[in-house]
Design a protein around this ligand. Structure first.
Ligand SMILES: Nc1ncnc2c1ncn2[C@@H]1O[C@H](COP(=O)(O)OP(=O)(O)OP(=O)(O)O)[C@@H](O)[C@H]1O
Ligand SMILES: CC(=O)N[C@H]1[C@@H]2OC[C@@H](O2)[C@@H](O)[C@@H]1O[C@H](C)C(=O)O
Length: 364
């Protein structure tokens, strides 16, 4: 296939933890990452967070969705104006409602308005086509993870793990010619990651997170509970498969009898054990697990992962990538693929019927 002209693209992500907007630039021809550029972060104020939170689970037409969209658009216009040299924007927006079973998903924020405000083409609404074609609409980062594996010159199968509220993993065979080639990728949600730990910290101690994993490190893992957790149907389901943040809430009632430290240790071990269980689905074993997302700052979680995985576990920074900006970079990369008419998901990443390019392009 003839290679396209390369573009400098500026990608953005507003994640499920609602902390703020990440933005990052990269140059790509839609296949390879050619260069990484600058990045920035713009937190949401508490007021902005509550406006967005009020719209969670609502669909367009609801006034709360319109209010959330305005916050998202304003925050993005602000952060994007700090950059120069971008030829295109990849705008993910903020997921408010996601219902792939009924073929619908909604990310707040209007890309056409941003295109006018920034005088640049904006690629947005990345997930709709995939869910309309029977896919989960997520995760979409795997095609970018494939390019990352090439960028770091990986030659053996490896995996990239994102530890956000939920964990999601991409298994990659970098010897394949393209991300949509059969056998190149397998991506799915591993299980809960930080969300149940954050909930525990909030309910028991009024804190937002177990900073550094200090509380977990001081507790004892209830291994029986960890093993009982893994007997649930989700862990035996063949991927691709995905989760909602609160899918395991009923099980977590079983941690109520544990002390704060033991409950934190056990929830942390559960997140790691779910990743090790996920590895049983890999088409071939891996030698290296690269970890991105907030959970890589949790030393207890990283230690549990190392203990339970049969491979080297390291923060993605050891491979020269930025674990805080990976998702923003992913939407820069995916925007270029949309512009060049290339697919952004395939059956082994979202379960979609065939490789498909999502996203619409709005021009100023
Ligand atoms: N220093 C730290 N110590 C312990 N945990 C941390 C630390 N920093 C971040 N985290 C955890 O990581 C979470 C945020 O992770 P991240 O930013 O990857 O999530 P997100 O992008 O909003 O989620 P998702 O990827 O599901 O959209 C925090 O809520 C917290 O639980
Ligand atoms: C529907 C939706 O917005 N999903 C997000 C969410 O946040 C993390 C995880 O759940 C992932 O599936 C996805 O985002 C990442 C960037 C993705 O699509 O790869």
């Amino acid at each position: 296939m003839a290679k396209q002209r390369a573009l400098w693209v500026l990608g953005t992500m507003s994640g499920t933890s609602l902390d703020g907007v990440d933005a990052a630039m990269l140059r790509t021809d839609g296949h390879d990452i050619l260069e990484f550029g600058p990045d920035a972060y713009r937190p949401y104020s508490p007021g902005e967070q509550s406006t967005i939170r009020r719209a969670f689970g609502q669909w367009p037409g609801d006034p709360q969705v319109a209010a959330a969209a305005e916050v998202v658009e304003t925050a993005h216009a602000e952060i994007l104006a700090r950059f120069s040299g971008a030829e295109m924007i990849g705008f993910h927006g903020q997921t408010l409602a996601h219902d792939p079973a009924h073929g619908r998903t909604h990310q707040a924020g209007n890309g056409a308005l941003l295109a006018q405000a920034l005088d640049l083409p904006v690629v947005w609404d990345f997930r709709s086509t995939d869910v309309q074609m029977g896919g989960q609409g997520a995760p979409l980062a795997p095609f970018f993870h494939f390019a990352c594996a090439k960028w770091i010159k990986a030659t053996e199968p490896l995996a990239i793990l994102n530890l956000g509220g939920v964990g999601n993993i991409t298994w990659i065979d970098p010897s394949q010619p393209s991300p949509e080639a059969p056998g190149a990728l397998l991506a799915f949600d591993t299980g809960p990651a930080n969300a149940p730990i954050n909930d525990l910290m909030q309910v028991r101690l009024g804190l937002t997170q177990d900073a550094g994993g200090a509380l977990a490190a001081s507790g004892r893992v209830d291994e029986k509970l960890v093993q009982a957790f893994l007997t649930q149907a989700y862990f035996h389901k063949i991927p691709p498969k995905s989760l909602d943040r609160n899918d395991f809430q009923p099980f977590f009632k079983k941690t109520h009898r544990l002390s704060n430290a033991d409950a934190a240790a056990t929830l942390t071990a559960i997140a790691a054990a779910a990743v090790a269980k996920a590895a049983e689905h890999f088409p071939q074993p891996i030698t290296r697990l690269l970890v991105a997302g907030g959970g890589r700052h949790n030393a207890a979680m990283m230690a549990q992962l190392s203990q339970r995985m049969n491979c080297i576990v390291e923060p993605i920074e050891t491979a020269g990538l930025n674990g805080d900006m990976l998702e923003a970079q992913a939407f820069a990369y995916l925007a270029a693929r949309v512009a060049f008419g290339l697919p952004t998901s395939c059956p082994s990443t979202t379960g979609v019927a065939a490789a498909v390019g999502g996203g619409q392009i709005s021009r100023p």
